[in-house]
Design a binder for this molecule. Structure first.
Ligand SMILES: [Zn+2]
Length: 410
């Protein structure tokens, strides 16, 4: 009964209006966004958001990594149910990535305030700092430092392209928002992140909502193939050692390995190439390329890792660059999200996330899952990012249903 009142109070028009307002902070000509983490635009957007939260009667905290916590009180001081995402963008990003989850969360708090419904647990909207990782690398600093505060000291030393450290940017945030009380990590009861899919699956299936089963893991490598640089006109073919030919010939073998292990589910990319001397009339003496392989099953990633070397040309060097294990979301939270889709009358499907999200880190802290809405043409990190208004509303309503359900749990 209460749940129905709350989801009926979720307003699509207000959600769109707030998304448009948020896009004025760091908006560029032509509709692109440039609101990088802890920039002045980010600070201005946060100041506006804090004002909105106060109007709803919410309490607001920040923490040592500049995460923002906006709490709608419950009937008890039990562990809160959290939702949220990020409001930093890529240097030429869209208006929805991250922002949608935060604005939809705010709309849920507004629906609660408008109906006067109080859940057993508090509900908190969180803005995680620097998810994108474009100004300060790596990404998801806010959520990862929240679940493991020992990471923060190292993050503070990271610098942006102008030599400003993340620590200095955090200090500027603390100065601008000195009125906000500081909080350390609070144990959450559950976390739900609502996000645009950033891929084409939901759109192609015609489903307005996706319940995310997990986030695929990734392995990055660099391969260095050696040859002998020599004159392109004078060296007979049988006498050549062409590093680029050797490198390109092994791509088919690597793809065959990925196909054997993962079939159509494989995600394999050779995105970065360096050829030396990179001259039109010299045989390549060295060819380096990157491999990005992703899968939801840790065993598949391990098998790929073990067999990859057998695909490479003789004498090639293989260097692992990065690895992240797959994340499986919590079955009980997934169950609530599936019920939410059904209860709000929306067709949904199970989907796997191909991109990283703050929820990946929260999953190690509390029961966590995600909801996706479709992305037009699967486009993201781009000013053309778009989701139909009725799908944005469907996601916000399903989120509201889920939050009330989770926050009434004992
Ligand atoms: Zn995002």
């Amino acid at each position: 009964m209460n749940t129905q009142r709350v989801i009926d109070a979720v307003s699509g028009a207000r959600l769109l209006q707030r998304l448009a307002q948020l896009a004025t902070y760091g908006g560029l000509e032509g509709g692109a966004m440039n609101r990088q983490a802890l920039s002045e635009h980010d600070f201005d957007a946060r100041a506006w958001l804090i004002g909105q939260a106060r109007q709803l009667g919410c309490r607001v905290w920040t923490d040592p990594c500049a995460n923002l916590f906006i709490r709608y009180d419950g009937d008890s001081e039990l562990a809160p149910v959290m939702t949220g995402s990020h409001i930093d963008t890529q240097p030429s990003g869209g208006r929805l990535d991250g922002c949608y989850g935060v604005m939809a969360g705010l709309e849920c708090l507004q629906a609660l305030a408008a109906t006067g419904v109080r859940t057993r647990r508090p509900i908190e909207l969180v803005v995680w700092t620097n998810e994108e990782g474009s100004r300060f690398s790596p990404g998801a600093m806010g959520s990862s430092a929240y679940v493991d505060p020992t990471r923060l000291a190292g993050y503070r030393r990271c610098q942006d392209a102008d030599g400003v450290s993340f620590g200095q940017a955090l200090d500027a945030h603390a100065h601008r928002f000195a009125h906000l009380p500081l909080r350390s990590t609070v144990q959450a009861h559950a976390f739900v992140e609502l996000h645009i899919e950033q891929g084409p699956v939901l759109e192609q299936a015609g489903n307005p909502l996706g319940v995310v089963s997990g986030i695929q893991g990734v392995r990055w490598y660099q391969v260095r193939c050696h040859g002998a640089p020599a004159h392109a006109g004078t060296t007979p073919m049988p006498l050549r050692r062409d590093a680029l030919l050797a490198a390109t010939a092994c791509l088919v073998r690597i793809d065959a390995l990925a196909q054997r292990l993962a079939g159509a589910d494989r995600r394999l990319t050779f995105g970065r190439w360096q050829v030396t001397p990179n001259s039109i009339n010299t045989i390549a003496g060295q060819a380096c390329f990157s491999i990005d392989f992703r899968h939801a099953d840790a065993a598949v990633l391990e098998a790929f890792d073990a067999e990859l070397v057998t695909c490479l040309p003789e004498g090639a060097e293989l260097e692992p660059l990065f690895s992240h294990a797959p994340t499986a979301f919590d079955p009980a939270v997934i169950d609530v999200l599936e019920q939410a889709c059904a209860a709000t009358g929306m067709a949904s499907q199970s989907i796997r996330s191909g991109a990283f999200h703050d929820a990946m880190y929260l999953a190690s802290h509390c029961p966590t899952a995600m909801l996706f809405v479709p992305s037009r043409d699967g486009v993201s990190h781009n000013p053309l990012e778009h989701t139909e208004p009725q799908h944005l509303l469907a996601g916000a309503r399903a989120l509201a249903w889920s939050l009330v359900q989770l926050a009434d749990q004992a």
